[in-house]
Design a protein around this ligand. Structure first.
Ligand code: SAM
Length: 392
């Protein structure tokens, strides 16, 4: 079988020795022309490899539209007002937000400009075509990735879990008690795991991340690319709200030796999860839980103010879910199919052990006055009032 991406990865390993899993993942997911995320095939959704909340139903988009509108109001309705979405995929979330604003006849539509940080050029074109079908008085302006920042919101749904991460394993016999699980080649030229002792610099950043050492054989991931992410947000919006939604846990939970001895890294293909991370590079999604403790620390270091740590279920419940259900039950979607889709989406989106338990992290940035309006504990943003994430 012709596997050009596998051959390129082999060549890199032959030339320079074992590569980190982060490097392998970068090539497997985003290698130009060959990576998992850059082709024409749908990845998220029923015809893809995994289901996301926006691909399942418009409920999350409707909730976000309300949160975004409230943010716009609290910032005194800036014009323009940017919606930046990282990893927008098919655009299901953005389109649900826009459709909700259209139904609400919101004046925000006149101010809204869209910025897509999506690596897949096919998805970007599809989104632009879909936006052009919406009945709007003024077509929405789409700005480039490097457009100077203006006020707005940044949204990232299931984006950070797809950024390349390193994998480490506890090895008491090595100098720093930890080795990195890298990717090498065996005698048959197959990709295999190779444990590489940590150098000084690597040991320092791993210690800073993990705190306590891993137990013998325990595996854990560290996504340093996710630490860098908050630092680039001020280049996208000059002030406003950041909404990060993903499966994630506190760092200490992710490295609990009893419950997470094998870490959280998984590959997805055809709606099936496997721990064979090295098989079929370019054909599988690769992902790990987001370390929320590390994300909050990175966000704070980047000058962002944490506004709320909550869950997807709490966000939906706090942002008018009942009204939206009522609207769907009475509107044109009040068909048998619509009712079944709604019921099944609700069961999944509200399940605290499933998507309902996904982390929602809200951050504010901008002037002190604007941040205080978004992070006001006495008057929390809709959906930001429930500080306790369900224990799952
Ligand atoms: C798990 S999918 C989520 C898609 C969408 N947000 C959803 O919820 O359905 C991750 C998305 O991030 C995009 N992506 C992955 N790495 C990226 C990168 N480095 N820069 C921009 N987009 C990236 C992928 O193409 C994909 O659309």
């Amino acid at each position: 079988m012709d596997q050009p991406l596998l051959e390129r990865i082999r060549t890199e390993i032959r030339t320079q020795g074992p590569i980190s899993f982060a490097r392998f993942m970068e090539r497997a997911l985003t290698e130009p022309g060959l990576g998992y995320y850059v082709g024409t095939q749908p990845r998220a959704g029923r015809d893809g490899d995994f289901m996301t909340a926006p691909e399942m139903h418009s409920l999350l988009g409707s909730a976000l539209a309300r949160l975004i509108r409230e943010t716009w109001e609290r910032l005194d309705r800036p014009q323009p007002f940017r919606y930046t979405e990282y990893g927008a995929g098919s655009g299901a979330l953005l389109l649900a937000v826009v459709d909700q604003l259209i139904r609400d006849e919101s004046l925000l539509l006149e101010a809204l400009q869209i910025q897509l940080i999506e690596i897949n050029p096919h998805r970007r074109e599809e989104i632009q075509r879909a936006l052009a079908t919406r009945a709007l008085r003024h077509p929405l302006k789409i700005v480039e990735q490097d457009a100077p920042p203006v006020a707005g919101v940044v949204v990232a749904n299931e984006f950070l879990d797809a950024l390349p991460f390193h994998i480490y394993v506890g090895r008491a016999a090595t100098a720093h008690g930890t080795a990195e699980r890298c990717v090498g080649l065996n005698e048959e030229d197959s990709l295999v795991w190779v444990e590489v002792p940590l150098g000084e610099a690597e040991a320092t950043r791993v210690r800073a991340r993990f705190g306590a050492p891993l137990t013998e054989g325990q595996r854990a991931e560290a996504c340093f690319a996710a630490d860098a992410w908050p630092h680039e947000l001020a280049e996208k919006i000059s002030g406003g709200l950041v909404v990060m939604i993903d499966y994630g846990r506190e760092g200490a939970d992710l490295r609990d030796a009893a419950s997470r001895a094998a870490g959280t890294a998984l590959a997805y293909q055809g709606h099936r999860a496997t721990d064979d991370l090295l098989g079929d590079p370019g054909g599988r999604d690769l992902t790990a839980h987001v370390d929320l403790t590390a994300l909050r620390a990175a966000a704070t270091a980047a000058g962002l103010t944490p506004v709320a740590s909550t869950s997807q279920a709490a966000l939906l419940a706090g942002v008018g879910l009942d009204d939206e259900i009522e609207r769907i039950r009475r509107g044109p979607e009040a068909t048998l199919e619509g009712a079944i889709a709604l019921r099944s989406a609700l069961a999944r989106l509200m399940n605290p052990r499933g998507m309902g338990g996904f982390a929602v992290e809200l951050f504010a940035l901008g002037s002190a006055e604007h941040v205080s309006r978004l992070a006001d504990a006495r008057n929390p943003l809709p959906g930001a009032a429930a500080p306790i994430r369900p224990l799952v």
